[in-house]
Design a protein around this ligand. Sequence first.
Ligand code: SER
Length: 870
Amino acid sequence: MTSKEIREAFLAFFKNKSHQIVPSAPVVVKNDPTLMFTNAGMNQFKDLFLGEAQAKYSRVADTQRCLRVSGKHNDLEEVGIDTYHHTLFEMLGNWSFGDYFKKEAIAWAWELMTEVYKLDKDRLYVTIFEGDEKEGLARDMEAFDFWKALIAEDRILLGNKKDNFWEMGETGPCGPCSEIHYDMRPDAERQQVGGHELVNADHEQVIEIWNLVFMQFNRLKNGSLETLPAQNVDTGMGFERLVRAIQGKTSNYDTDVFQPMIQFIAEKSGIVYGADVKTDVAMRVLVDHIRAVSFAIADGQLPSNNKAGYVIRRILRRAVRYAYTFLGFKTPFFNELVPLLSAQFAGVFDELSQQESFVQKVVLEEEVSFLRTLTTGIQRFENYVADHAQVDGDFAFELFDTYGFPIDLTDLLSREKGLSVDMEGFQKALQAQKERSRAATAIDTGDWVLVQEDEETEFVGYDYLEATTQIVKYRKVTAKGKEQYQLVLSVTPFYPEGGGQVGDTGVLVSEANEKVYITDTKKENGLIVHFVNQLPPVLEGDFKATVNKDKRIDTENNHSATHLLHAALKQVLGDHVNQKGSMVSPEVLRFDVSHFAKITYDEIKQVEDIVNARIRANIALKEERQVPYQQAIDSGVTALFGEKYGDYVRVITFDDAFSKELCGGTHVSSTSQIGFFKITSESAVAAGVRRIEAITGTHAYAVIREQFELVDKLRELMNNPKDFVSSIGKLIEDNSDLRKAVENSIRERSLALMSDLTSKVENINGVNFLAVEVDLPNADAVKTLTYALKGAVENVFIVIGADFDGKPSLTVAISDELAKEKGWNAGAIVKDLAKDIQGGGGGQPFFATAGGKLSAGLVKAIARAKDFVN
Ligand code: SER
């Protein structure tokens, strides 16, 4: 079977068992503060397990793109070195939400493995959870019994909590699991050592393929386990490993998932895959990392300097580093893998093929800038090793952190120079950095405290800004030392931050008229949480929840204007323009789009014209809340990449022929409410991404008024000329002419002093000496004079004093020969003389200046100058 057939067979198998096949969620996670990237197929169903949302289908299956490069599940350092870990991998999964449980999950897994995929029963092993006394959990005898009906008892192995109790993260859904392992070793080896000895022992050829988790618990912050409302199944099968098992390969990278790209690299580098360990590792790193990088970008996460963006940048740099050092690619190459990958995933994850050129461009730009950094890094390394006997840990860390050198590379480079690296020191520095970034972002979230049982929650904010409500539960959160509380309300008019729109703020008033202010509203998976600085004194009973209306209206203006802007940009710039980021607050809207050139002033004007015309056309909002997803897409609606949509979507339309978007935000009821739209800036945020900032409504009005006032004031200052612009132009021109004239006249004055001063030169011991105070207005003029004197008189030592509007200055010039022969130093002399004017200065041996505070001291300084000649 090809990998494509293997994937299709999985989905068909579970479809046949009444599962709904759903799309993969984006790999970049937005609504869960405990996760950066999707790390398991079950992430998108977290709130279904927790009972925070109702499952639409009780059985689903899919292939989910996952990324295990941060947090609890992190395989990055293994990738490329071994043959079965990946950054981005596909997880095939089937789920039951309170429907079937262990029996079916186990039976179907076995059926698929042995009858559809026809894997060798003799090579299969399974594990079950052995129990854990501390957790108070018994051995999973149920799973054991179901397996026993299918497989010889000696192939059912016990696993401990680490291997057989799966948890999503620090907190969240979890449960005992049962894994399926496959032994791919040759028969001779298998006869010597039984596969059951190698299960879960990090053996490259005896690997876990499928994990069946029986989700029954929620791990709380306090470490305890809470029983979930229903018994669920969450299975995850490593697609690339499965393909390897079915295709009978000894490495994931030898399958048709990776070989086409590996062969492409081999051809381009002229290096055969399999020829050498180092180049093999490098090729594996490249073909693996391009997947993580490309899908993260396609799902909306651009490489950057912090958080998820930094993780992606680091993965990209790791790949470029390997390409550069081991495969000889000194110019950008990594990006050339994007089209191959995009073709491979067309029809599976179309997000990439639809944005292929954008993704490739972003990767290319990153490569170009990193290759520049790399050259600097190598230079740093060369300089460093020139005078060090060992590479210390801090320096290795600098190379790692600033220049993206993996530690194994620094080690290799150092060994080539006959040096060793202080690995312990490096680990320490790395640990310290991890600690710093953890402390900077650490959020301590307490467990929920229920105020009332079984309360459904409802969002009414599309229709109301006020509601009578009750507190369902609350918890404490501490971030950066600041304590806050989060509340969940039974009914809420508060819009939670999402789709770029900021969360509502407002107030909660109890029946006893006690108020607490809601400072922000966010969404966590399916749950709407309201932030308050303190809890209401009494938590029970009714509250009136009221949204800050002015802010909401301003925000709506900006959100609807964003839709008009998006449509106008597509009209003016072309259809390649895709939303890459959006921020809608009451004050301003910020909109990022994929576009490869600066948006010209002319294009900006066209966009503004279109948007303002649409505002004046007073187009009524058409809001449809429950449109089947496919129907919406077929009607030509604009959907966003990296967004997870349900089966039913909300469609926001302003004129069917103009703007139609999938959107969960709040909007104006007709466009005239926006009042006016003005773009205030256009800039670059990343390769191929432009940012537009704009204002609307009352804020635009205030800015326009300010601008008018400013211009009025300027006009007044200019005596209200008819043609303001040309008057200013003239003013600037006159000013520059006058400046030139003044400079000329000063220069003339200083030169006029020349003949007078040359006559004052005294010859002392063969040195032509002159010390005098002159009346010149600035340092330039004195400099001109001093240089002229120095040029005109041989063997000269000059000290000139001057007073510039109360600021005394001294200038010392010495003929070059004198400075050289006698070792006189104008800088040292001026420093000494400057004491008399309470100042300091310096310069070169033949010319130096000083400024001071005491003009009266000039006389003394000039008198003292003679001492130096004597
Ligand atoms: N959540 C489990 C895993 O990731 C099974 O899907 O292994």
